[in-house]
Design a protein around this ligand. Structure first.
Ligand code: C2E
Ligand code: CA
Ligand code: CA
Ligand code: CA
Length: 275
Protein backbone atom coordinates (compact mmCIF):
# COMPACT_ATOMS: atom_id res chain seq x y z
CA UNK A 1 0.00 0.00 0.00
CA UNK A 2 2.82 2.35 0.92
CA UNK A 3 4.58 1.71 -2.33
CA UNK A 4 1.65 2.72 -4.45
CA UNK A 5 0.63 5.44 -2.07
CA UNK A 6 2.25 8.30 -3.88
CA UNK A 7 0.91 7.34 -7.28
CA UNK A 8 -2.49 6.77 -5.84
CA UNK A 9 -2.48 10.15 -4.16
CA UNK A 10 -1.46 11.99 -7.34
CA UNK A 11 -4.04 10.13 -9.36
CA UNK A 12 -6.71 11.00 -6.86
CA UNK A 13 -5.76 14.66 -6.84
CA UNK A 14 -6.03 14.97 -10.60
CA UNK A 15 -9.34 13.11 -10.42
CA UNK A 16 -10.56 15.79 -8.04
CA UNK A 17 -10.71 18.10 -11.08
CA UNK A 18 -10.45 21.86 -11.02
CA UNK A 19 -12.83 22.11 -8.09
CA UNK A 20 -10.95 21.69 -4.82
CA UNK A 21 -7.15 21.86 -4.50
CA UNK A 22 -7.23 19.44 -1.59
CA UNK A 23 -9.40 17.37 0.68
CA UNK A 24 -8.86 19.46 3.78
CA UNK A 25 -10.38 22.48 2.07
CA UNK A 26 -13.17 20.39 0.62
CA UNK A 27 -14.02 19.06 4.06
CA UNK A 28 -14.05 22.55 5.54
CA UNK A 29 -16.48 23.69 2.86
CA UNK A 30 -18.62 20.58 3.14
CA UNK A 31 -18.88 21.18 6.88
CA UNK A 32 -20.68 24.45 6.16
CA UNK A 33 -22.58 23.39 3.06
CA UNK A 34 -25.87 22.97 4.88
CA UNK A 35 -25.88 26.32 6.65
CA UNK A 36 -24.85 28.08 3.42
CA UNK A 37 -27.71 26.34 1.64
CA UNK A 38 -25.42 24.77 -0.95
CA UNK A 39 -26.97 21.30 -0.98
CA UNK A 40 -29.98 20.24 -2.99
CA UNK A 41 -31.77 17.10 -4.09
CA UNK A 42 -32.33 15.87 -7.60
CA UNK A 43 -34.80 13.09 -8.34
CA UNK A 44 -34.48 10.47 -11.06
CA UNK A 45 -37.47 8.38 -12.13
CA UNK A 46 -37.53 4.60 -11.99
CA UNK A 47 -39.86 3.25 -14.66
CA UNK A 48 -42.10 0.19 -14.61
CA UNK A 49 -40.97 -1.59 -17.78
CA UNK A 50 -44.31 -3.32 -18.30
CA UNK A 51 -46.48 -0.23 -18.17
CA UNK A 52 -43.90 2.49 -18.94
CA UNK A 53 -45.34 4.34 -15.94
CA UNK A 54 -43.32 5.95 -13.20
CA UNK A 55 -42.72 3.56 -10.30
CA UNK A 56 -40.61 5.64 -7.94
CA UNK A 57 -37.79 8.19 -7.74
CA UNK A 58 -34.22 8.00 -6.48
CA UNK A 59 -32.98 11.04 -4.55
CA UNK A 60 -29.45 12.10 -5.48
CA UNK A 61 -27.64 14.82 -3.61
CA UNK A 62 -26.15 17.83 -5.39
CA UNK A 63 -23.56 20.24 -3.97
CA UNK A 64 -23.04 23.64 -5.51
CA UNK A 65 -20.24 25.31 -3.58
CA UNK A 66 -20.27 29.11 -3.54
CA UNK A 67 -16.57 29.23 -4.38
CA UNK A 68 -15.70 26.09 -6.34
CA UNK A 69 -19.00 25.39 -8.04
CA UNK A 70 -20.54 21.99 -8.66
CA UNK A 71 -18.89 19.09 -6.87
CA UNK A 72 -20.04 15.60 -7.91
CA UNK A 73 -21.15 13.16 -5.18
CA UNK A 74 -18.45 10.72 -6.31
CA UNK A 75 -15.97 13.25 -4.89
CA UNK A 76 -17.57 14.39 -1.67
CA UNK A 77 -19.62 11.38 -0.51
CA UNK A 78 -16.49 9.27 0.16
CA UNK A 79 -14.99 12.21 2.06
CA UNK A 80 -18.22 12.71 3.98
CA UNK A 81 -18.16 9.03 4.85
CA UNK A 82 -14.54 9.02 6.04
CA UNK A 83 -14.84 12.26 8.00
CA UNK A 84 -18.13 11.34 9.65
CA UNK A 85 -19.92 14.30 8.05
CA UNK A 86 -22.14 11.78 6.28
CA UNK A 87 -24.36 11.60 9.35
CA UNK A 88 -25.22 15.29 9.13
CA UNK A 89 -25.44 15.24 5.32
CA UNK A 90 -27.47 12.04 5.30
CA UNK A 91 -29.90 13.37 7.91
CA UNK A 92 -30.33 16.44 5.75
CA UNK A 93 -31.16 14.35 2.67
CA UNK A 94 -33.65 12.20 4.59
CA UNK A 95 -35.35 15.27 6.00
CA UNK A 96 -35.57 16.98 2.60
CA UNK A 97 -37.12 13.92 1.03
CA UNK A 98 -39.64 13.63 3.85
CA UNK A 99 -40.49 17.33 3.51
CA UNK A 100 -41.08 16.81 -0.20
CA UNK A 101 -43.30 13.79 0.40
CA UNK A 102 -45.33 15.75 2.91
CA UNK A 103 -45.69 18.70 0.56
CA UNK A 104 -46.85 16.48 -2.29
CA UNK A 105 -49.47 14.96 -0.06
CA UNK A 106 -50.71 18.33 1.22
CA UNK A 107 -50.90 19.72 -2.32
CA UNK A 108 -52.71 16.66 -3.63
CA UNK A 109 -50.01 15.59 -6.06
CA UNK A 110 -49.73 12.04 -7.23
CA UNK A 111 -47.99 10.04 -4.49
CA UNK A 112 -44.74 8.39 -5.63
CA UNK A 113 -42.19 6.57 -3.51
CA UNK A 114 -38.73 8.09 -3.10
CA UNK A 115 -35.57 6.05 -2.56
CA UNK A 116 -32.76 7.55 -0.45
CA UNK A 117 -29.12 6.41 -0.54
CA UNK A 118 -27.87 5.38 2.89
CA UNK A 119 -24.12 5.17 3.58
CA UNK A 120 -22.74 2.35 5.75
CA UNK A 121 -21.86 4.75 8.56
CA UNK A 122 -25.40 6.10 8.59
CA UNK A 123 -26.91 2.65 8.54
CA UNK A 124 -24.74 1.50 11.41
CA UNK A 125 -25.88 4.31 13.72
CA UNK A 126 -27.40 2.82 16.81
CA UNK A 127 -30.57 4.89 16.46
CA UNK A 128 -30.96 4.64 12.68
CA UNK A 129 -34.31 2.83 12.60
CA UNK A 130 -35.61 5.12 15.35
CA UNK A 131 -34.59 8.15 13.31
CA UNK A 132 -36.55 6.85 10.37
CA UNK A 133 -39.56 6.17 12.56
CA UNK A 134 -39.44 9.72 13.95
CA UNK A 135 -39.20 11.27 10.51
CA UNK A 136 -42.23 9.30 9.32
CA UNK A 137 -44.15 10.56 12.34
CA UNK A 138 -43.03 14.18 12.16
CA UNK A 139 -43.81 14.53 8.46
CA UNK A 140 -46.85 12.25 8.59
CA UNK A 141 -45.66 9.99 5.79
CA UNK A 142 -46.95 6.56 4.90
CA UNK A 143 -43.93 4.28 5.15
CA UNK A 144 -44.57 2.74 1.73
CA UNK A 145 -43.49 6.02 0.15
CA UNK A 146 -39.99 5.82 1.58
CA UNK A 147 -37.29 3.46 0.32
CA UNK A 148 -33.79 3.09 1.70
CA UNK A 149 -30.97 2.03 -0.63
CA UNK A 150 -28.17 0.27 1.15
CA UNK A 151 -25.09 -1.39 -0.30
CA UNK A 152 -23.70 -4.83 0.35
CA UNK A 153 -21.02 -3.29 2.55
CA UNK A 154 -23.73 -2.18 4.98
CA UNK A 155 -24.77 -5.79 5.42
CA UNK A 156 -21.53 -7.64 5.93
CA UNK A 157 -19.87 -7.79 9.30
CA UNK A 158 -22.48 -5.78 11.10
CA UNK A 159 -23.90 -7.73 13.96
CA UNK A 160 -26.81 -5.34 14.22
CA UNK A 161 -27.79 -5.62 10.55
CA UNK A 162 -30.53 -8.10 11.19
CA UNK A 163 -32.05 -6.06 13.99
CA UNK A 164 -31.95 -2.82 12.00
CA UNK A 165 -33.46 -4.38 8.87
CA UNK A 166 -36.15 -6.13 10.87
CA UNK A 167 -37.11 -2.87 12.57
CA UNK A 168 -37.24 -1.09 9.20
CA UNK A 169 -39.41 -3.89 7.82
CA UNK A 170 -41.77 -3.52 10.79
CA UNK A 171 -42.01 0.19 10.11
CA UNK A 172 -43.08 -0.66 6.55
CA UNK A 173 -40.46 1.22 4.56
CA UNK A 174 -38.88 -0.43 1.52
CA UNK A 175 -35.26 -1.57 1.54
CA UNK A 176 -33.22 -2.06 -1.62
CA UNK A 177 -29.72 -3.35 -2.26
CA UNK A 178 -27.85 -0.83 -4.40
CA UNK A 179 -25.07 -1.64 -6.89
CA UNK A 180 -25.96 -5.33 -6.68
CA UNK A 181 -23.25 -7.63 -7.98
CA UNK A 182 -20.28 -5.38 -7.33
CA UNK A 183 -19.72 -5.89 -3.61
CA UNK A 184 -18.43 -8.71 -1.49
CA UNK A 185 -21.40 -10.68 -2.76
CA UNK A 186 -22.14 -13.32 -0.30
CA UNK A 187 -25.60 -14.28 -1.45
CA UNK A 188 -26.43 -15.43 2.05
CA UNK A 189 -27.71 -12.01 3.09
CA UNK A 190 -30.52 -12.32 0.53
CA UNK A 191 -31.59 -15.35 2.51
CA UNK A 192 -31.05 -13.82 5.93
CA UNK A 193 -32.43 -10.33 5.57
CA UNK A 194 -35.83 -8.87 4.67
CA UNK A 195 -34.90 -7.11 1.42
CA UNK A 196 -37.53 -5.82 -0.99
CA UNK A 197 -35.66 -4.70 -4.09
CA UNK A 198 -32.43 -5.53 -5.91
CA UNK A 199 -30.80 -2.82 -8.04
CA UNK A 200 -28.57 -4.35 -10.71
CA UNK A 201 -25.41 -2.27 -10.93
CA UNK A 202 -25.08 -0.12 -14.03
CA UNK A 203 -21.80 -1.76 -15.06
CA UNK A 204 -23.78 -4.89 -16.02
CA UNK A 205 -26.28 -2.88 -18.05
CA UNK A 206 -23.46 -1.05 -19.85
CA UNK A 207 -22.10 -4.40 -21.09
CA UNK A 208 -25.34 -5.69 -22.64
CA UNK A 209 -24.62 -6.80 -26.22
CA UNK A 210 -20.92 -6.85 -25.48
CA UNK A 211 -20.44 -9.88 -23.34
CA UNK A 212 -22.47 -13.09 -23.14
CA UNK A 213 -21.34 -13.98 -19.64
CA UNK A 214 -22.52 -10.58 -18.50
CA UNK A 215 -25.94 -11.23 -20.03
CA UNK A 216 -26.14 -14.59 -18.29
CA UNK A 217 -25.45 -12.84 -14.98
CA UNK A 218 -28.18 -10.24 -15.54
CA UNK A 219 -30.69 -12.97 -16.41
CA UNK A 220 -29.67 -14.92 -13.31
CA UNK A 221 -30.11 -11.87 -11.06
CA UNK A 222 -33.58 -11.23 -12.51
CA UNK A 223 -34.62 -14.86 -12.00
CA UNK A 224 -33.11 -14.89 -8.53
CA UNK A 225 -35.07 -11.81 -7.44
CA UNK A 226 -38.25 -13.22 -8.92
CA UNK A 227 -37.85 -16.51 -7.05
CA UNK A 228 -37.06 -14.70 -3.82
CA UNK A 229 -40.12 -12.50 -4.20
CA UNK A 230 -38.02 -9.38 -4.57
CA UNK A 231 -38.43 -6.57 -7.05
CA UNK A 232 -35.62 -5.81 -9.49
CA UNK A 233 -34.38 -2.56 -11.05
CA UNK A 234 -31.80 -2.14 -13.81
CA UNK A 235 -29.61 0.93 -13.25
CA UNK A 236 -28.00 3.06 -15.94
CA UNK A 237 -30.31 2.18 -18.84
CA UNK A 238 -29.17 4.45 -21.67
CA UNK A 239 -30.03 2.67 -24.91
CA UNK A 240 -33.16 1.19 -26.50
CA UNK A 241 -31.47 -2.17 -27.05
CA UNK A 242 -30.66 -2.39 -23.35
CA UNK A 243 -34.31 -1.80 -22.53
CA UNK A 244 -35.33 -4.43 -25.09
CA UNK A 245 -33.02 -6.97 -23.48
CA UNK A 246 -34.36 -6.15 -20.02
CA UNK A 247 -38.00 -6.36 -21.08
CA UNK A 248 -37.39 -9.63 -22.90
CA UNK A 249 -35.93 -11.06 -19.71
CA UNK A 250 -38.72 -9.77 -17.48
CA UNK A 251 -36.82 -7.14 -15.56
CA UNK A 252 -39.50 -5.22 -13.68
CA UNK A 253 -38.04 -1.72 -13.56
CA UNK A 254 -35.48 0.49 -15.26
CA UNK A 255 -33.66 3.68 -14.36
CA UNK A 256 -31.33 5.73 -16.51
CA UNK A 257 -30.78 8.50 -19.03
CA UNK A 258 -33.06 6.71 -21.52
CA UNK A 259 -35.99 7.75 -19.33
CA UNK A 260 -34.63 10.87 -17.68
CA UNK A 261 -31.61 12.24 -15.89
CA UNK A 262 -31.86 13.28 -12.25
CA UNK A 263 -33.84 16.54 -12.20
CA UNK A 264 -34.47 19.30 -9.64
CA UNK A 265 -37.58 18.65 -7.57
CA UNK A 266 -39.65 21.49 -9.10
CA UNK A 267 -39.14 20.07 -12.60
CA UNK A 268 -40.02 16.59 -11.39
CA UNK A 269 -43.27 17.95 -9.97
CA UNK A 270 -44.19 19.60 -13.28
CA UNK A 271 -43.24 16.61 -15.38
CA UNK A 272 -44.53 13.72 -13.27
CA UNK A 273 -46.71 14.73 -10.36
CA UNK A 274 -49.30 17.23 -11.54
CA UNK A 275 -51.93 15.82 -13.84
P1 C2E B 1 -25.77 5.45 -7.16
O1 C2E B 1 -26.57 5.36 -5.92
O2 C2E B 1 -25.43 4.17 -7.83
O3 C2E B 1 -26.61 6.41 -8.11
C1 C2E B 1 -26.70 6.27 -9.52
C2 C2E B 1 -25.74 7.21 -10.22
O4 C2E B 1 -25.81 6.95 -11.62
C3 C2E B 1 -26.09 8.68 -10.06
O5 C2E B 1 -24.87 9.42 -10.10
C4 C2E B 1 -26.90 8.96 -11.33
O6 C2E B 1 -26.91 10.32 -11.69
C5 C2E B 1 -26.15 8.14 -12.32
N1 C2E B 1 -26.96 7.73 -13.47
C6 C2E B 1 -28.30 7.68 -13.58
N2 C2E B 1 -28.67 7.22 -14.79
C7 C2E B 1 -27.53 6.98 -15.47
C8 C2E B 1 -27.26 6.49 -16.79
O7 C2E B 1 -28.13 6.16 -17.58
N3 C2E B 1 -25.95 6.36 -17.12
C9 C2E B 1 -24.93 6.69 -16.27
N4 C2E B 1 -23.69 6.54 -16.70
N5 C2E B 1 -25.16 7.16 -15.03
C10 C2E B 1 -26.45 7.29 -14.63
P2 C2E B 1 -24.60 10.60 -9.05
O8 C2E B 1 -25.85 11.38 -8.82
O9 C2E B 1 -23.39 11.33 -9.54
O10 C2E B 1 -24.26 9.84 -7.71
C11 C2E B 1 -23.13 9.02 -7.61
C12 C2E B 1 -23.15 8.22 -6.34
O11 C2E B 1 -23.05 9.07 -5.20
C13 C2E B 1 -24.42 7.42 -6.13
O12 C2E B 1 -24.40 6.24 -6.90
C14 C2E B 1 -24.39 7.19 -4.64
O13 C2E B 1 -23.53 6.13 -4.34
C15 C2E B 1 -23.77 8.48 -4.14
N6 C2E B 1 -24.83 9.39 -3.68
C16 C2E B 1 -25.58 10.28 -4.38
N7 C2E B 1 -26.46 10.92 -3.56
C17 C2E B 1 -26.27 10.40 -2.32
C18 C2E B 1 -26.87 10.64 -1.03
O14 C2E B 1 -27.82 11.43 -0.86
N8 C2E B 1 -26.38 9.91 0.01
C19 C2E B 1 -25.37 8.99 -0.14
N9 C2E B 1 -24.95 8.33 0.93
N10 C2E B 1 -24.80 8.74 -1.32
C20 C2E B 1 -25.24 9.43 -2.40
CA1 CA C 1 -28.43 4.43 -5.36
CA1 CA D 1 -26.45 2.22 -7.87
CA1 CA E 1 -22.68 3.41 -7.20
Amino acid sequence: VKKNGRFHYRFYRSEMSQAFPNEVLMEAHLRRAIEFDELSIHLQPQIDLQTNEIDSFEALIRWNNRKFGYVPPSQFIPLAESSGLIIQVGDWVLEQVCKNLQEWKVKGYRPVRVAVNISPKQFKQENFATKIEQLLNIYDIEPKYLELEITESSMVNVSETHEILTKLKELGVYVSVDDFGTGYSSLSYLKKYPIDIIKIDQSFIADINKDEKNEAIIKAIITLSENLGMDVVAEGVEEEFQEEFLKLNNCRKGQGYLYNKPLPVDLIIKEYLVN
